[in-house]
Design a protein. Structure first.
Length: 387
């Protein structure tokens, strides 16, 4: 293979067509971010904001879209306040394509790309290839598990899971923040060493449950036309383990399942912040109305589920945030549990020269822009190798 031509490349895709593929961020919503602080862990991508911008432009061009919003401006006084109280404010430029425009993107990109072989679960191929690129995203974790249990030396790192709660409060408490920042993202180092961060802020949004095959977690989202009077965001605490323990996702699953067991099955636990701090079961709510359907939660006590260390990190985070956003730690505000973010195993791309892992399944990316950039960088490396 002297040069890479379309006919030299075969793509194997597990879903029946592009529209049923599990590319979640591309199928729904499609927020694209340009940031040197989020989206993945590869410095060559984080530090190359020009490459990130080129990718955003590419998505806009292929989907014939002028993105909904441009940049987010951070008020310098607000920035100073976050800094004063130990919060790191994550800044980024964002571009929102919209679900309808994503369909156009998928159609255009697949009509002009290489041939795809749609494969069925368990189907075997005996073709030989000079190079194999595995880019199965997070939904392909089963394939990554199979490969890594056979070749454990390919796994560089597998030690992290983020656990926490979905926090919900009335819009008016965070109105200023929501107007100023499209996506409110801060990080905070708690006094017990745990890193706490906010994730996925949904002004006028809704809390939802997310059903996996054997457990139920919480999440949040927002609609374009349907608005609630609450804002929700995740408060996540990073749990990092050391060897010999190597199953952080299993640990996360156990915590989530414990919440489900206490909630009586496929439900999550809801508690007010006041009761959460006191370690007391919530028996009734006051003046903040949950946006999650009442069939999907049980009023309970998250202290029976989360570690004391995790609870301490969350309460310290919220109480400190009160200094910057007065009213945020009001005892009537709601906590839903458990929210979890699983990380992919970090795979070694330098061990076997003709086997590479790209995108989210490599453990190094967590966003559309970074996953795309990872593919481009590996392609450029291949081109260099061939010349
Ligand atoms: C609900 C949700 C919303 C999101 N929203 C955003 C957002 O707004 N902005 C953002 O930047 N990111 C978002 N993300 C993250 C984003 O979707 C991913 O980071 C990105 O799609 C990763 O790209 P990828 O190419 O690595 O994997 P994917 O996009 O997941 O693509 C992997 C492909 O491999 C296929 N596949 C899986 N297993 C196999 C197998 N065994 N054999 C063959 N094919 C297989 C899948 O069907 C899929 O087509 C979101 C994620 C979720 C879950």
């Amino acid at each position: 293979m002297k040069n890479v031509k379309d006919e030299d490349v075969t793509v194997f895709e597990a879903n029946k067509d592009v529209y049923s593929s599990s590319i979640s961020g591309i199928r729904a919503d499609g927020k694209l971010f340009i940031s040197s602080e989020m989206g993945g862990d590869l410095d060559e991508i984080l530090l190359d904001t020009d490459l990130q911008k080129e990718i955003v432009d590419f998505y806009c061009r292929v989907s014939n879209t002028i993105p909904e919003t441009g940049t987010q401006e951070v008020n310098v006084n607000m920035k100073r306040e976050f800094h004063k109280y130990g919060f790191k404010l994550i800044e980024s430029k964002f571009y929102h394509l919209g679900t309808d425009k994503l369909k156009v993107f998928l159609k255009n990109i697949y009509n002009n790309s290489v041939k795809i072989k749609y494969i069925k679960d368990g189907q075997q191929y005996n073709e030989k290839f000079e190079k194999v690129y595995i880019a199965v995203g997070r939904s392909g974790s089963r394939l990554i598990d199979t490969i890594s249990s056979k070749y454990p030396e390919l796994v560089l790192q597998n030690n992290t899971v983020d656990l926490g709660v979905r926090f919900e409060l009335p819009n008016f408490v965070v109105q200023e923040l929501n107007t100023m920042l499209y996506e409110f993202k801060v990080k905070y180092q708690a006094s017990n060493g745990f890193l706490v961060r906010t994730f996925c802020n949904n002004p006028s949004g809704y809390v939802v449950t997310e059903k996996y095959s054997n457990f139920v977690t919480v999440n949040g989202h927002s609609f374009h036309n349907k608005k609630s009077s609450n804002t929700n965001f995740a408060i996540l605490v990073t749990h990092r383990f050391t060897k010999p323990f190597n199953d952080p996702n299993g640990y996360g699953e156990y915590i989530v399942k414990l919440a489900n067991i206490l909630a009586g099955g496929e439900k999550v636990i809801l508690q007010t912040y006041g009761d959460f701090k006191k370690g007391k079961r919530t028996k009734k709510l006051w003046n903040v109305y949950p946006t999650l359907d009442s069939n999907e939660y049980i009023l309970g006590d998250l202290n029976l589920v989360l570690l004391h260390k995790t609870v301490k990190a969350i309460t310290e985070f919220l109480d400190q945030l009160e200094n910057v956003i007065p009213g945020i730690s009001n005892p009537t505000h709601l906590l839903y549990g458990i929210e979890v973010k699983f990380y992919g195993k970090k795979m070694d791309n330098n061990l076997v020269s003709n086997l590479k892992f790209i995108g989210d399944c490599s453990g190094y990316t967590r966003s559309i822009v970074h996953a795309t950039a990872h593919g481009i960088l590996e392609y450029l490396k291949l081109k260099k190798e061939l010349n």
